[in-house]
Design a protein around this ligand. Sequence first.
Ligand code: NQM
Length: 353
Amino acid sequence: MTTGVPASLMRGGTSKGLFLLASDLPADPADRDDLLLRLMGSPDPAQIDGLGGATPVTSKVAVVGPSADPDHDLDYLFLQVGVDAATVSERQTCGNLLAAVGQFAVGRGLVPAGPERTEVRIRMLNTGASAVSRFATPGGRVDFDGDTAIAGVPGTAAPVLLDFLATEGSTTGSLLPTGSVVDRIDGIDVTCIDNGMPVVVVRAADLGLSGYETPAELAEAPGLSTRIDDLRRRAAALMGLGDVSTAPVPKTTVVAPPKYGGAISTRTFIPVRPHPAIGVLGAVSVVTSALLEGSVGHDLLARGTGGPLAVEHPTGSFEVDVALRDGEPPRVARSTVVRTARALFDGVAHPRS
Ligand code: NQM
């Protein structure tokens, strides 16, 4: 009989994942990954014998513990578990699951809850970047800011405010990892950017797309996933990411003029499957890119009177606030987003034997 592991299933933003305490997992990464594959039911396109939801945004794991760093309260390690492949990758973080880390930590007694509002400083172990998460204390008044709806999630829930610190170049070492605002790959212009997530930004028209296709239409477009994979692998070499054949990064985001009053329209591939919405740090990176003079997407950006920019995606839009510092080379002052999160289930997860 295989021993169960205490776990919570949580929704963070538009993703869902298994949350575990670091102290409940094997210290050896190979043993940990073997256990996670058996818990999530991978490899199997349906993840029928495990807790994974059979898509990349529902095949995720967050490992949380007290931080070993005095400037942080919590350490958060994100693990992307392959659905139909036996892979567990540490090569990216996830800003969506990050939104649920604070609630999970309060529930497990890792951090004290404030009377109404709790604030935690989280170190994202995958990239070394930091975030400050502010959210309503569970059991406290959950309506201190009013409930919030986010696109891609039915209903409303209490908001989680995420302030990102030092996400610039956190995976590749540089905001513009190729050293240029624009590179030419395979005959088309791309902008390679890393403000917390390495992303290759491409104009929809350059791939023969309108940029307003549904994820299903993109998944079925003949030859598109091969083209995207080829593009991201070549971009990865320029970005210094090495072999990304089994890595979930870099992402590719296809941009087009906004259609619904937002700032820019996006379709994102993770790394070749169409995203139903857009990742958090993915959106932060795409907005950062579009703010840079001369980038792919800068000419498409509709800017209002300042403040957050609305990133249109297949299921709605997502407001991202990125402030750049003045001067050259471009540097990021801060990035802020609002998400919602909630615990779905607490209990003991049983791995396949
Ligand atoms: O970019 C999907 C998601 C993500 C990651 C992905 C994320 C982020 O929707 O920070 O949130 O791009 O793999 O959760």
